[in-house]
Ligand binder design. Structure first.
Ligand code: FAD
Length: 449
């Protein structure tokens, strides 16, 4: 009789983080959870402790408290992209425009909103349970801000799209948005109340800490090898341990490709942020907490964060493509120079308040903007491909993967079942050339925004 064939997926590379995240630096020091050591078994192994992995773990714990879940995080919880983003958990799609605002587009946008609000519901439940204050989890909404005629037009059109969807919003003129931001830079704004703003490192640490036995998070425990016996049993190996299981959720975003999954289907794009040192709140008029995304895609995100030791400004801008999912200090420096330009143009009264922290992080986009999702080997479920807005989308990917793995029918599994598979990207070197040219063109189009 033929013995079932063994399968081995070995990691060709592990994640690295570039720069120092201001969000982590603002938090008190924390003792990392123990690494995986020795041999063990689990009902489910989750690879990756970001939005997707931790949300999947949380969802599994909510559904079946008896399942032994091992979450393996390569580094320290909160140090990777999920803890170093700009902290927008956004409920609305970036593009709600349509020529006729009719049928299919409206239905697709409503589904996208439903996905986002399912993610926000999970985050809100954790926030309530953990009694987080507004410095960690603030359902304050966000502004989209314009700085040019084209930006103004885009906001008006976007507002029309929201009206067609029945979504609450408020357009603000230059005066109205200046009252919020305290600067005269913006020509108009659009307020959308459904976004939740988080301190991302505190959120992701808190989400990990909210998981209860028999869900265990192991830090500094990169999965380096996944080996299947061909009969449904998988062993995941880390540098100091190994855990055997029947079910795996792969929640390591772009690094799914490092194991050979979704090869040539994930586009590894980084984005970059800088954060000022704390300044006296009296030096900037306006509200002490606000968060604004740009009117045009690829523009600059800005956030003001009030703290006990003063306020800080966060600037997120620039995208860069890195086929090897690793970016160096040169890219960090160039992004930082761009941030300084954007910051100086927006906050002339803060000329003597320099940036204190700069960092970047990896995202995994797909050509057709769908998640890299589903059962990709018997017993291995993917919750990858965050498509840039992972605070919401990766959270939803994690919830949906948990539901699918547990055989539980939900609105998310129904919607996700209709997604296409990620389309193949152009072959190298055309992929790199195309990605870089495309990002450069879109950034040029975003102009001052
Ligand atoms: C500067 C910046 C600003 C951003 N702003 C926003 C924002 O405001 N809103 C928003 O929605 N999105 C934002 N994003 C994007 C967002 O951070 C990502 O979409 C999101 O983190 C993706 O979540 P994830 O769980 O899929 O992946 P990740 O957060 O990347 O988590 C994957 C985890 O897997 C781990 N891992 C990888 N390989 C292995 C392995 N072999 N073994 C074990 N663990 C492994 C990694 O260390 C990582 O912790 C921003 C990103 C950056 C960099």
């Amino acid at each position: 009789m033929n013995r079932p064939a063994k399968k081995v997926f070995a990691a060709s590379r592990l994640p690295t983080n570039t720069g120092v995240s201001g969000w982590v630096a603002m938090l008190p020091p924390r003792q990392a959870k123990p690494r995986l050591a020795g041999r063990s078994t689990a009902d489910v192994v989750i690879i990756g402790g970001g939005f997707a992995g931790l949300s999947a773990a949380r969802r599994i714990g909510d559904i079946d408290r008896a399942l032994r879940v091992a979450v393996l995080e390569a580094g320290v919880i909160g140090d990777a992209a999920a803890g170093r983003n700009s902290g927008f958990i956004i409920d609305l799609p970036h593009d709600v425009s349509s020529e006729d605002y009719g049928g299919d587009t409206i239905a697709k946008n409503r589904e996208a909103i439903e996905i986002s609000r399912t993610a926000i519901a999970l985050a809100s439940a954790v926030a309530e349970e953990q009694r987080w204050g507004r410095t960690i989890f603030d359902p304050c909404g966000r502004y989209s801000v314009a700085i040019s005629d084209e930006g103004d037009r885009h906001l008006v059109k976007y507002a029309e799209g929201l009206a067609a969807l029945g979504e609450r919003h408020q357009l603000l003129d230059a005066r109205g948005i200046a009252d919020i931001t305290g600067v005269e830079t913006y020509t108009s704004g659009l307020f959308m109340p459904g976004t939740v703003m988080v301190q991302p490192a505190a959120y992701i640490r808190g989400l990990a800490d909210s998981l209860r036995d028999p869900v265990t998070v192991y830090e500094n425990s990169p999965a380096v090898r996944i080996e299947g016996d061909g009969g449904g049993e998988w062993t995941v190996t880390t540098p100091h341990g190994a855990v055997s299981t029947g079910r795996i959720i792969l929640a390591n975003n772009g690094h799914a490709e490092s194991f050979g999954f979704f090869e040539s289907r994930l586009l590894h794009v980084f984005t970059w942020a800088s954060m000022t040192r704390a300044f006296d709140p009296g030096h900037l008029r306006g509200q002490r907490n606000w968060a604004a995304t740009p009117a045009l895609p690829m523009g600059t995100t800005v956030r003001r964060i009030a703290g006990e030791r003063g306020d800080r400004i966060l600037v997120r801008s620039r995208y860069s493509y890195h086929a090897g999912i690793e970016a160096g200090n040169g890219t960090l420096r160039r992004a930082g120079a761009k941030h300084d330009q954007k910051y100086n143009a927006r906050f002339p009264t803060l000329a003597d308040v320099p940036m204190e922290y700069r960092w970047g992080g990896a995202m995994a986009l797909t050509w057709n903007a769908v998640p890299a999702f589903g059962e990709i080997e018997r017993g291995i479920f993917a919750a990858c491909g965050c498509n840039g807005v992972g605070a919401t989308k990766a959270t939803a990917n994690g919830i949906a993967a948990a539901d699918l793995m547990l055989g539980r029918k939900s609105r998310l599994t129904e919607i996700f079942a209709r997604f296409e598979a990620p389309r193949p990207l152009p072959m190298q070197p055309f992929r790199t050339i195309g990605a870089k040219a495309n990002l450069a063109f879109k950034e040029w189009r975003a102009g001052a925004e």
